[in-house]
Structure formats: C-alpha cells, structure tokens
Design a protein around this ligand. Structure first.
Ligand code: BMA
Length: 374
C-alpha cells in the first residue's frame, strides 16, 4: 500500500472513524441529541476564551421580587443576564408543583425556553428528599439510604418512580419547535462532604457509584432522555486527584466535572483565592486526562459583604484557569441575607459591573455570540 494512504488510514482508524472532532466531544449518553452534543463541544471550546458567570434561580426571584414581577438581579445590576442559569428539582420526586425553594416547576419550563432561545446554559441540581426516612436531603440519620434505592433494595421501586418524575420533567423541556432543550444535570453533588444522605460517610464508594450509574442508565436507557450532560461535582474539601476521583462513576457517566466552594466569614478572601485556585488546578488536570469539561459548579460569599469581592477575590481565584463556568448560589427573597449575587443598591454593585466588563468573564450576550448549540 502507498505509505501516504496507509498513514491516512491509520489516522482515520485512530480518530474513531469520525469525520468530526476525533470523538473529542463524545457525550456520556451516546444517543444525546445533536444540540446536546454541540453544547458539550461548545462548552469545551469556550474554556479557551473565558469563564461564564452563572446564578442559581436567577429568573425566579431576587431581593424584593418574585417572578413574574421582576426579571433578574444580575441583569438589574449589569444590564446583562448570566450566561448560566441554575435550577433545582428538589421535591419533584414528591410530585409537588413547586420545588423546595418555592419555584413552580411550570415556571422552570418557561425559563428554560427563554434561556435556550437566547443561547444561555441551564444546569439543574436535585436536593431530593431522603427516600428511606422521609426527611429532607440533609437528613443524615441513616447510612442505609443509598443501599435502599439500589436494585435489590427496599426502595428501588420507589426510586424508579422518583426518576420517572425527573424524566417527565426533563422530557418536557422543549423549544417552540419541539426540540429538546439541553441541560447539565448535576445530581448527588458535594458527595465528598457528609451533609446529604448520599455523602461520603453515608454510603460506600460502590454504593455511591452504583447510585450514579443507576440514575444515568435509568434516565438515558429506560426513559430515553437524551438532552442531558452529566456533571459530577464534589465539595471543596479536595486534597488531591485520588480523593477527587475516589467516587468518580467513570468516563461513560460524566461530561463535566467540578466542585462547590463557599467563602465563610470575614477575612477568608485569601483562603478562598488559594483554595479555589488549588482545587481548580486539580480538576483541570482530571478534566484534561479524562477529556471532560471543568467548572466551578457552585460558589459564593453569602451576602457579599466585601465591596470589592468580585474583582478582588472571585476573579483572582479563577482567572488563571480554563474552566467553563462559575455559578453563584441563589438570591433568596424570603430568607434574610441569604443571597450571593448583588442587586441594585448592594455594596458590591459597582465592583460587579467591573467584573462583568472584564474581557475574561462571559455573561448572556457573550454566550449568545458563542452559539453553543450549533
Ligand atoms: C441551600 C440554601 C437553602 C436551599 C438549598 C437548595 O444552599 O440556599 O435555602 O433550600 O440550598 O436550593
């Protein structure tokens, strides 16, 4: 054989026979929709350009307003929506009409359409109740909960029904043409800590991995949901790669990897910068080795009492890293001082506008320009 043809053939075979990006954007769900695959590729490519800003429940409520009376605290401050929008499915398992933070699931459906139409990114977590005790996600009175929902466990049937509710909701996220809206699903987060029923001390490694794989397989294979990317995210207490990967369910079950980290108390700015930066370096490494997309899946400083926190602490913690997004937690409207993004009149308002204007931060207008779904 002509050596040139031979080399070309070998290269073709090694690239997985694809004409595209050598399988570089393979989703955990091989049957993921084209838009979902494009989103993963788009997120990956965008890490070279900047970091998207995200906010939990951004469109649902804020300081002094509840949908539909307002729109977004972030937009009120910097005239731009976030690029990433967090939502939570807690209580959908109970067939409630509102989630655990009083957001009607019906509203989330409307928001998802709006967000997708303008090219924003949706990430959904699940603070699901404790299926064994009937308590909430933070009920850690038993270490038998995960085992009880796995196949052979007494709550497996119940858990399947819970996932049916999750599947029905995810399946209902459609644009006006009936196209499924892609979502980054982030269940069983902060599992390296022990404050949720799926946490480190509440189940074994095999049980956690079993829970993750069962959930992904059930949604993708049994319920045929194909608009999901899966995000694996630990808590911030990560010392090294081995610890981060101890309960990693495998490359075929994960698309994004991240961790959650909050600044607590005064004077914690330096610790926030050094800890976040150190753990980001760990997950960037893991992401490179496993071909996943890294992100700071939750972060913040409750009530942001530092007027220069955005450009003085938040940005320095991540600016030297190539991550997809950093999402701050919700601006509760009925829980005093429980907010993580500024609102008009807040002490960090001016600094947040500067943060928005940095070339390396992406908000909605930038995300729209990135055309992540095409
Ligand atoms: C926590 C707090 C709670 C909320 C939960 C799930 O961090 O914000 O008030 O219920 O997240 O969103």
């Amino acid at each position: 054989m002509n050596p040139v043809i031979f080399i070309a053939l070998v290269a073709f075979v090694l690239s997985g026979c694809s004409s595209g990006q050598s399988g570089k954007s393979e989703t955990a769900d091989p049957l993921a929709t084209a838009e979902t695959k494009n989103l993963l590729a788009g997120l990956k490519a965008a890490t070279d350009k900047g970091i998207m800003f995200g906010h939990q429940d951004d469109l649902s409520y804020g300081i002094g307003w509840v949908y539909p009376n307002g729109e977004s605290d972030v937009k009120r401050v910097c005239s731009d929506f976030p690029a990433v929008y967090g939502m939570d499915l807690g209580h959908i398992e109970l067939e409630a009409t509102e989630n655990l933070d009083s957001v009607p699931f019906e509203n989330m459906r409307v928001f998802a359409r709006e967000i997708y139409a303008r090219g924003g990114v949706i990430t959904i977590s699940w603070h699901g109740d404790n299926p064994l005790t009937g308590g909430n996600a933070w009920d850690i009175t038993s270490d038998k909960v995960v085992a009880s929902v796995l196949p052979g466990g007494e709550n497996n049937e119940k858990y399947r029904k819970w996932l049916d509710n999750i599947a029905a909701f995810l399946n209902s996220l459609k644009d006006e043409n009936g196209t499924a809206i892609p979502v980054i699903f982030r269940p069983y987060h902060e599992h390296t800590g022990s404050w949720f029923w799926w946490g480190q001390k509440l189940c074994t490694t095999d049980e956690y991995i079993g829970l993750w794989r069962f959930t992904v397989d059930y949604l993708c294979k049994e319920k045929n949901i194909h608009n999901l990317l899966f995000a694996y995210s630990s808590s911030g207490d990560i010392a090294n790669k081995a610890q981060y990967l101890e309960r990693y369910p495998g490359d075929n079950y994960v698309d994004l990897i991240g961790f959650d980290y909050y600044q607590m108390g005064d004077g914690g700015n330096r610790a926030f910068i050094s800890d976040v930066s150190r753990v980001l370096a760990i997950i960037e490494d893991v992401a490179a080795e496993h071909n996943k997309v890294p992100a700071l899946t939750e972060a913040g400083y409750e009530a942001v009492p530092d007027p220069a926190w955005w450009t003085g602490t938040f940005w320095p913690a991540m600016k030297d890293h190539k991550i997809s997004y950093a999402l701050v937690w919700r601006n509760a409207h009925n829980k005093p001082n429980h907010f993580y993004a500024p609102y008009p009149g807040h002490v960090s308002e001016k600094d947040f506008i500067e943060f928005h204007d940095l070339p390396g931060t992406f908000f909605q207008k930038d995300a729209t320009a990135l055309a992540l779904y095409r």
